[in-house]
Design a protein around this ligand. Structure first.
Ligand code: ACO
Ligand SMILES: O=CC(=O)O
Ligand code: MG
Length: 556
């Protein structure tokens, strides 16, 4: 035995070609990686890995075109499909009313709290709000199994608090990782597995039959993140077909909502729905990744520098156009158009600030329901009552599929219009302070955190990173300074140093020394100052959280 791990903590009964490289922290997790479950995910991996790799290659090719000056737009080749008359399969009754959805990582206590929160849906997250440590991934699957079969409970000994499910709970959706992330701790035929297929496959394998016996045979339900093109949706559709076939589940029983959260995908919404038409549960405005993707896509265009992050709100023309087009598209195809996440969360120790935060959430949700959204997201149980009321007051039916928004006329220029606002030193400082603290949490296994009274997760951290990168790369001139100041590596270096000092003062010396702040700062600074922008912060950061069983230590 070395470092607390023993070969006994590895599941030993893996089928041929599968190697589990991460330790299991308790024997009850073994069941998640049963021989049959691993065989199921390995079959998916072997069938779909080539298509996943092909699609990632297409992303690189498309990005090279944007880097040489092109901008994304509607595809002339699929015009007939966009203009044609077709619908997605009818939405199952159990998810007809999705007015408020709570989201959160697949953490045991939070799953119980979210399911009990009074929201219609809980989206359990392996993605933006989860740091994908091996333990979080496997434990998250176990937590979800226990939630689906209603045996989940949690004991908070320190607070003498016992958690269990209420009789009435939210409907469960699960968001697997995006196509770009690998699961290094499961090797299939000598290569790391595709994270998305591991998350989907293990969850589907263990839970499909429980869903079959309820919800009129529909489910499990999924959210699908970060796609860039309809050919990626076609892969998900084929994965769903194969999973249903293997488990003798009715075709179309799996339903999934696609997040439109990349700039290229906004030009592909009809096409994405078409590919998934038998499995679709609509689209969602993933605003935070969308803003991140906007910057990433135009990274080679020096004339497209974003203003401060706080000014890129949903009333900016490009974001308003995106949400309206999404609503029109979904309602033409007979599926839900879900709203996104306001970043404000309850502020316990400051009633005035709490009131302001609630007012901002109320205004955001009012805008969404009036625009025609069928529901929206909430980040915290303390917001469910408020958000529900806004939708109840303005949406008398279960949804607004009948509101077609034929008045909406959105062009490529609308979707690409630059947001207005100023670029400030405080914006650079805030991005840096938040980016470093978020990464420090992520490296220790926490994927969503409250920072300065806002929810921060991987998508919001990405905005901080790419905005800094863009300003440094193109020497953005800052507004509001007495003498002209442009952002440079030297200025950024000073900002990192000063913000590290501030973080240390804010979190205290003890926490600062025992945390991973210095490692996070080095990682964040490296990412912000690279000559060429990395596609995802989490790809670089993932290397820092991979922990192989020492006896099997090898290069990633
Ligand atoms: C860009 C996107 O993808 S958005 C979607 C992804 N992001 C998310 O899902 C973020 C979800 N939200 C969260 O993770 C949390 O609300 C945070 C990290 C922002 C704040 O969490 P905390 O600091 O723990 O909040 P707070 O202390 O006020 O929590 C109070 C209680 O509510 C619970 N709670 C807070 N948020 C949630 C949630 N989203 N789901 C379930 N329970 C929650 C806490 O566990 C705590 O429970 P307890 O009283 O039984 O101990
Ligand atoms: O996933 C949601 C987002 O806003 O990003
Ligand atoms: Mg996202």
């Amino acid at each position: 035995m070395e470092n607390g791990y023993s070969s006994k903590s590895l599941p030993l009964d893996a089928p041929a070609g599968i190697r589990i490289r991460g330790p299991l922290s308790e024997p009850s997790l073994n069941r998640i990686l049963s021989r049959e479950a691993l065989q199921f995910v390995a079959d998916l991996e072997r069938e779909f890995r080539p298509r996943v790799k092909f699609n990632l290659g297409c992303r690189r090719e498309e990005q090279a075109r944007y880097d040489s000056g092109e901008l994304p737009g509607f595809d002339p080749a699929t015009r007939e499909l966009r203009e044609g008359d077709w619908s997605c399969s009818k939405t199952p009754a159990v998810i007809a009313d999705r007015r408020v959805e709570i989201t959160g990582p697949v953490e045991r206590k939070m799953i119980i709290n979210a399911l009990n929160s009074g929201a219609k849906v809980f989206m359990a997250d392996f993605e933006d709000s989860l740091s994908p440590t091996w333990d979080n991934i496997v434990r998250g699957q176990k937590n979800l199994c226990d939630a689906v079969n209603r045996s989940i409970s949690f004991e908070d000994k320190a607070r003498n608090k016992h958690y269990k499910l209420n009789d009435k709970t939210a409907v469960l959706f699960v968001r697997p990782r995006g196509w770009h992330l690998q699961e290094a701790h499961i090797e299939i035929d000598g290569e790391p597995a595709t994270g998305a297929l591991i998350d989907f496959g293990l969850y589907y394998f263990h839970n499909h039959s429980s869903f079959r016996s309820k919800h009129d045979g529909y489910g499990p339900f999924f959210y699908l993140p970060k796609m860039q093109h309809s050919r990626e949706a076609a892969v998900w559709n084929a994965v769903f077909d194969r999973a249903e076939e293997r488990m003798a589940a009715p075709r179309g029983s799996i339903r999934a909502t696609v997040l439109i959260e990349t700039l290229p995908a906004v030009f592909q919404m009809h096409e994405i729905l078409y590919e998934l038409r038998e499995h679709s549960a609509g689209l969602n405005c993933g605003r935070w990744d969308y803003i991140f993707s906007f910057v990433k896509t135009v990274r080679a265009h020096p004339d497209r520098l974003l203003p401060d992050r706080f000014q890129v709100g949903m009333t900016q023309h490009f974001l308003k156009s995106y949400t309206e087009l999404l609503i029109q598209t979904c309602h033409r195809r007979g599926v839900h158009a879900m709203g996104g996440m306001a970043a404000q969360i309850p502020i316990r120790d400051d009633p005035a600030a709490n009131d302001t935060a609630f007012e901002l959430v109320r205004a955001d949700k009012l805008r969404e329901v009036k625009a025609g959204h069928d529901g929206t997201w909430a980040a915290h149980p303390g917001l469910i009552e408020l958000v529900t009321k806004v939708f109840d007051d303005n949406m008398p039916r279960a949804n607004q599929l009948h509101i077609k928004r034929d008045d909406v006329r959105v062009t490529e220029a609308d979707l690409l219009q630059m947001p207005r606002g100023v670029r400030t030193l405080e914006g650079l400082r805030h991005n840096t302070r938040v980016g470093i603290q978020y990464l420090a949490a992520w490296l220790t296994g926490t994927g969503s955190v409250p920072l300065y009274n806002l929810m921060e997760d991987a998508a919001t951290a990405e905005i901080s990173r790419v905005q800094n990168w863009q300003w440094i790369k193109y020497g953005a001139v800052l507004d509001g300074e007495i003498v002209a100041v442009s952002v440079s590596k030297e200025l950024f270096g000073r900002v990192v140093e000063e913000e590290m000092g501030r973080i240390e003062r804010e979190v205290g010396k003890k926490r600062f020394e025992s945390g991973r702040y210095r490692e996070a700062a080095a990682l964040f600074a490296r990412q912000c100052t690279k000559e060429d922008l990395d596609d995802f912060l989490t790809l670089d950061a993932y290397r820092h959280i991979v922990k192989f069983v020492p006896a099997l230590q090898a290069r990633l």
